[in-house]
Write a protein that binds this ligand. Structure first.
Ligand code: ATP
Ligand code: MG
Length: 563
């Protein structure tokens, strides 16, 4: 991304706004909106749109509305409305009192439809859905006019009223705009404005059985709210002439302009609400807030912070061509934020018992350990040390290969914040041959972490005191899909799911200071990764942690290579 001198982002949308400010196009006003349809939980793609719309409003001292674009009764619900509200707020944005619902505009939209009929610009069409498709033509051939196109205004008014009154079954009639069946832009070939759908709407109940189409409802909702810049994704580019057509024909007071930008695509995940719903419904994940989901609620539960997500959205910027962003960049943004804010503690995920033979039985020392190596304001805590410890099984190897510098028989390492210990003997399970315990000695002279005689060790490992440590469950989350492009790779995305995307470790041991850990709080487990206290399943009695992200930064590696 090009870095400018100013810390404010700059892109083609902001350029358009700057120009509009100069020409006083909207009397210097900037009004945007974020218009989700409440038919699923918001995901990271929505976060891009949220950051863009609210970010622009803040930058130009304008306003950004939150509007539920709820014009289709199928699949919409209050549960989704609540999820959207929670997530936008959590991301750090404020719509003040401007929470709107397109469903509140149904009567107004209907009046606009009547107006278009009276102007001879809309008609009730009684072709079937299939016939409408056939009449529409193709990219290379013009469409054919509907035989119902020349119904009289009176007939159209009468039919629309009866459609609204529920006289006709679904699919028998639609209201269409009368534009141009020969237009090179297929969107302009007498598009449908209303269809009959005898379904109960989560807000309007059974008050309506005709529902407006997106193209008709969206531009007018924008206009009703006095939106100036209606920012949407690229797939609506062909719909822009239609957006303008409704506003021009109806001579509305506010004429917003639609601006399209490239939607966010992210590798190793999917962004379609329909597909995400399928994962939830088929129980391939544990709900919308499963920490592997690309949803805001999943990311929150995983331990991603609003700051990290906002920083990611700013870094990817906005462009006019579609691309796929590397998941490693999002993870990098998370690491960058957690590196600053997460206190560092010790936790042993796969415990191996260590007995220090020359350490007095019953003796306990307390080491004062800082929570952060750079940020002293984060303070410190006391970590108890005693004769029996747990270390991570990975930190010991009986027959170490050349580059393994950690513990093995006869070798000495440093314990983080503490003594040097030397492994004397590995105790094995006689039957399985598995190493179950290490007998070690410690050097009392190395309390400072250094040996007075200047001898060096090659590794420092983390540990907890066996007597004092708390048991915990740790959920190791990884990317949900094995492949970068799950939707194009296989016809069935479920074939690309990674069965190892969740590994549950049930016998972890964490340092005793974690007894005070609050739901959702974030930690770095030294040498292991970033973790958060699970906000759903963790309790005082049973600690549960989610792995937010590992310490290995693939993105930093990529960018270093590029230098
Ligand atoms: P649907 O398939 O249901 O239309 P949608 O992802 O477009 O799904 P909406 O609720 O209509 O969902 O989206 C709300 C807003 O978020 C829209 O303005 C849309 O353009 C934007 N948006 C949706 N997905 C992305 C994405 N991947 N990247 C950027 N913006 C997105
Ligand atoms: Mg949409």
């Amino acid at each position: 991304m090009v870095q400018t001198n100013s810390s404010l982002p700059s892109d083609f949308i902001r350029d358009i706004i700057e120009d509009d400010m100069k020409t006083n196009k909207y009397q210097g006003r900037v009004a945007t909106r974020f218009p989700p349809e409440p038919n699923g939980y918001p995901h990271i793609g929505h976060a891009k749109s949220i950051c863009l719309n609210f970010g622009i409003a803040a930058q130009y001292r304008g306003t950004c509305n939150l509007r539920m674009d709820d014009t289709d009764p199928t699949g919409e619900s209050m549960e989704y409305v609540n999820a959207i509200i929670r997530d936008v707020k959590w991301l750090g944005f404020d719509w003040e009192e401007r929470l709107y619902y397109a469903s509140d505009y149904y009567e107004k939209l209907y009046q606009y439809a009547l107006q278009l009929i009276k102007m001879g610009k809309a008609f009730v069409c009684s072709l079937s859905a299939d016939e409408i498709r056939q009449y529409r033509g193709t990219f290379t051939e013009p469409g054919k006019e509907s035989p119902y196109r020349n119904r009289t205004i009176e007939e159209n008014l009468d039919l629309l009223e009866r459609m609204r009154a529920g006289e006709f079954p679904d699919g028998t009639h639609v209201l269409r705009a009368k534009i141009d069946m020969a237009s090179p832009n297929i969107t302009m070939r007498d598009p449908v404005m209303y269809r009959i759908k005898k379904e109960t709407h989560y807000r309007t109940g059974d008050a309506w059985c005709i529902y407006p189409m997106y193209d008709f409802a969206h531009c007018l909702s924008d206009s009703i709210e006095g939106i100036t810049h209606s920012i949407c994704t690229l797939e609506f580019e062909n719909n822009r002439p239609l957006y303008d057509w409704f506003l021009d024909e109806l001579e509305v007071e506010h004429q917003p302009q639609q601006i399209e930008f490239a939607r966010l695509n992210l590798s190793y995940t999917i962004m379609s609400k329909r597909k995400l719903l399928e994962l939830v419904e088929r129980k391939l994940v544990n709900g919308w807030d499963d920490p592997r989901m690309p949803t805001i609620s999943g990311m929150r539960r995983r331990g991603y912070t609003p700051e990290a997500i906002r920083s990611f959205c700013e870094r990817i910027g906005v462009a006019k061509n579609d691309s796929i962003v590397d998941m490693a960049l999002l993870e990098h943004c998370v690491r960058e934020d957690l590196n600053e804010r997460a206190p560092r503690v010790m936790a042993v995920l796969r415990p191996l018992r260590v007995v220090i033979d020359n350490y007095p039985e019953g003796r306990v020392e307390e080491f004062e350990c800082p929570y952060h190596p750079k940020n002293t304001a984060m303070g410190s805590r006391k970590v108890p040390f005693s004769r029996e410890l747990y270390i991570d099984a990975d930190d010991f190897m009986e027959n170490p290969p050349k580059k393994f510098y950690r513990l093995s028989t006869g070798r000495e390492v440093r314990l983080r914040y503490g003594y040097f210990i030397k492994c004397v003997r590995a105790v094995k399970n006689e039957r399985t041959g598995e190493v179950v315990e290490l007998r070690c000695t410690y050097d009392p002279e190395t309390r400072s972490g250094f040996a007075p005689d200047g001898r060096k060790v090659d590794a420092t490992i983390h540990w907890v005191s066996a007597l004092h440590a708390l048991p915990a469950q740790v959920r190791l989350y990884d990317r949900l899909f094995r492949v970068a492009d799950p939707l194009t790779k296989e016809s069935d995305m479920t074939l690309s799911l990674d069965p190892k995307s969740l590994e549950i470790l049930r016998s972890c041991q964490v340092e005793p200071s974690m007894a005070a850990a609050i739901s959702g709080s974030l930690y770095q487990f030294e040498r292991v990764g970033y973790f958060c206290v699970d906000s759903v399943d963790s309790s005082d009695k049973a600690l549960v942690f989610n792995r937010t992200v590992t310490l290995r930064d693939a993105w930093a590696k990529i960018t270093e290579k590029g230098k």
